[in-house]
Write a protein that binds this ligand. Structure first.
Ligand code: CP
Length: 362
């Protein structure tokens, strides 16, 4: 069954097609208003969400389909100890497609392996958030006009920011992308993204702690929230939470064509006064996310009808229970029956990563 767990599960051509469909939906919404008549989307949200869950809901409704699900783990049988795999099997009896958000990294992948219907990763812990990335790409395409030849600044929590990790992965496949990583020392981009995405794809990038210094060079500024829920130490969160606040003053030297993006929710990192600036794209970005989710639902349901099979990677490159994943946020830490499966991502340096959360084998 074809699911969407990571944005790299889609080829660049497939993303182009999704963008084309999303643009057509925007131009001709009536054409799509009954495309999913009789179909049901299950939204399984084990973690809070406003945009992703409700935009998936709106997307399915605007396609003429129905939605069922839960918005917190406490109202599901997860509270009684039901596994993600069993939940996915159950929902395969009740719905046609699943959108799942979980604090556990790899949970949507476990669901996809167990389900007989497509599963969409709606955000898993600090790992990835592919449908946010799809909306981000449509935003840049519509607001900047191109997906190549861009200097993109990422600012804030680059360590735990799943939106950042997914977006950088997606950008690695476009031409002449320069990346500026703006963060406090404590929240720098993880080395695995630097080495295995940026370096591997020969992408030009630099790191800085200064937003003001970076702004004039940027075509896109991607602000992110410092995420309290990812911190173990609340004092560290309080020390870092206001590291970057984008104000109109700071935009004085920015390009006129700059696109200011943010996956939202915002807490304090963009002054509300910036909302009136014509370069502010973040509310449009949330809207574009809905259209890309509509396009994605249509694609995955069509492929399910055509019984298109998906192999996310070759099983020749995996080892089973040879390593134990030590990431406390990995789904293997709670679903005890799961095999610990690692796959070789770099034969030359013998690097193995957990197939669920991408933590490197020790
Ligand atoms: N951008 C995003 O994922 O927002 P929510 O957490 O509100 O879904």
């Amino acid at each position: 069954m074809r699911s969407l767990i990571d944005v790299l599960d889609l080829t660049v051509n497939e993303i182009d097609e999704l963008i084309e469909v999303a643009n057509d939906i925007i131009a001709n919404p009536d054409k799509y208003s009954e495309k999913c008549k009789g179909k049901k989307l299950a939204t399984l949200f084990y973690e809070p969400s406003t945009r992703t869950r409700l935009s998936f809901t709106a997307a399915m409704m605007e396609l003429g389909g129905n939605v069922l699900g839960f918005s917190e783990a406490s109202s599901s049988s997860a509270m009684k100890g039901e596994s993600v795999a069993d939940t996915a099997k159950m929902l395969s009896c009740y719905a046609d497609i699943i959108a799942m958000r979980s604090p556990k990294e790899g949970a949507p992948f476990v669901a996809a392996k167990a389900a007989t219907i497509p599963v969409i990763n709606a955000g898993d812990g600090g790992h990835c958030h592919p449908t946010q990335t799809l909306g981000d790409l449509l935003t840049i395409k519509r607001e900047v006009g191109r997906l190549n030849n861009l200097t993109v600044g990422f600012c804030g929590d680059l360590k735990y920011g799943r939106t950042v990790h997914s977006f950088i992965n997606a950008l690695s496949r476009y031409e002449n992308i320069k990346i500026v990583l703006i963060s406090p020392e404590e929240l720098k981009l993880p080395n695995y993204v630097k080495y295995e995405v940026l370096d591997k794809n020969n992408m030009e990038y630099r790191e800085t702690t200064s937003l003001e210094e970076a702004i004039p060079t940027l075509d896109v500024l991607y602000m992110t929230r410092i995420q309290q829920e990812r911190f173990v130490d609340i004092d560290e969160y309080n020390r870092l939470k206001d590291s970057y606040i984008l104000t109109l003053d700071k935009l004085a030297n920015a390009k006129k064509s700059l696109a200011i993006m943010h996956p939202l929710p915002r807490v304090n990192e963009i002054s509300v006064k910036v909302d009136e600036d014509e370069r502010a794209c973040y509310f449009k970005q949330a809207l574009y996310g809905k259209y890309m989710r509509m396009a994605l639902i249509l694609k995955l349901l069509k492929e399910a009808e055509d019984k298109k099979k998906e192999e996310r990677f070759s099983l020749d490159d995996v080892v089973i229970n040879q390593y134990i994943c030590t990431n406390p946020r990995c789904i293997t830490s709670t679903e005890q029956e799961l095999d610990h499966i690692f796959r070789c991502v770099d034969k030359e340096h013998n690097i193995f990563r957990c197939i669920y959360c991408e933590k490197r084998a020790n």
